[in-house]
Design a binder for this molecule. Structure first.
Ligand SMILES: Nc1ncnc2c1ncn2[C@@H]1O[C@H](COP(=O)(O)OP(=O)(O)O)[C@@H](O)[C@H]1O
Ligand SMILES: Cc1ncc(COP(=O)(O)O)c(N)n1
Length: 265
């Protein structure tokens, strides 16, 4: 008897260094026992030191990847990461409306840890217009939440206000990641659910520069759990526990902002 696994999809950019982007997503899905499929929208020449170059794929091959997946697989949850520019955002939105891939998790990736721009400035408005209303869950880090809401976020109070604003912009459920907050001991993320309930996810903060791919990993883990049928609140909690373990049990790869340990449990 052949074993069946739930199937999930990542729409993202490729990180040649293997630590972030769709490589982090697929490694995460594999570790969560979910079969991961991928729509590549951009290719980056990247390692743990930074992004050297990026190339966005033509619209036709992006459309064809969606067609091929929809034609054959049974995707139960989908996430997006790096989307590069406004045209790509529109292409992705069109395909998400066309096909039913289940709940959609929008990780509004804008800038890599090394400072490289992974989304053009003018595409932010397109993300707000086209993708936020489609998202079951949006997972910005603090700089991304600031850009999307126009709110300056320096403390936990502002994280709550930004989450509420994201709901008014059309997102159903919101996870504001607090990795960039200037705190010494805790890495706390704020969750605001569609029904108005909210909670904090608190984890220990590790003193490390090996955090390449943390945002990709937590959102891919949440998508994987949702593909399995886990409820959203539990999926978010599992995502936080998984990303915490992958940072805690760091591995030695490269010479810059090293990747996570996706084998961690
Ligand atoms: N040094 C750290 N120690 C523990 N958890 C961290 C650390 N840095 C980030 N995290 C956690 O990793 C996840 C991704 O966070 P964040 O860095 O804010 O996102 P992004 O990778 O999108 O910039 C969040 O759950 C955050 O709390
Ligand atoms: C192709 C690609 N996608 C996403 C990220 C964000 O990575 P991080 O989670 O470290 O901010 C990245 N550096 N490269």
């Amino acid at each position: 008897m052949k074993k069946q696994f739930p199937q999930a999809l990542t729409i993202a950019g490729s990180d040649s260094g293997g630590g972030a982007g769709m490589q982090a997503d697929l490694k995460t899905m594999q570790m969560r026992h979910v079969f991961g499929a991928s729509v590549v929208v951009a290719v980056t020449a990247q390692n743990t030191r930074g992004v050297n170059d990026a190339f966005t794929l033509p619209k036709t091959i992006i459309d064809e990847q969606f067609e091929a997946i929809a034609d054959d697989l049974a995707i139960k949850a989908v996430k997006s990461g790096m989307l590069a520019n406004s045209d790509t955002v529109r292409t992705v939105a069109k395909n998400l409306r066309k096909f039913n891939f289940g709940p959609y998790i929008l990780d509004p990736v804008m800038v890599a840890k090394g400072g490289a721009h992974l989304l053009t400035d003018d595409a932010v408005a397109t993300v707000k217009q086209e993708l936020l209303p489609l998202a079951s869950l949006v997972t910005p880090n603090l700089p991304e939440a600031e850009v999307l809401t126009g709110i300056t976020i320096k403390d936990q109070g502002a994280m709550r206000v930004a989450a509420e604003k994201l709901q008014t912009l059309g997102a159903k459920n919101v996870l504001v990641k607090g990795g960039h907050l200037d705190t010494e001991t805790a890495a706390s993320d704020y969750v605001l659910l569609a029904d108005g309930t909210d909670f904090w996810l608190s984890g220990p903060r590790f003193e490390t520069i090996n955090t390449h791919g943390t945002g990709d990993t937590i959102s891919a883990c949440i998508a994987a759990e949702i593909a399995k049928g886990t409820d959203l609140k539990s999926a978010i909690q599992i995502g936080k526990a998984y990303v915490t373990a992958t940072i805690r049990d760091g591995i030695l790869v490269g010479h810059g902002h090293g990747p996570l340990n996706h084998w961690a449990v």
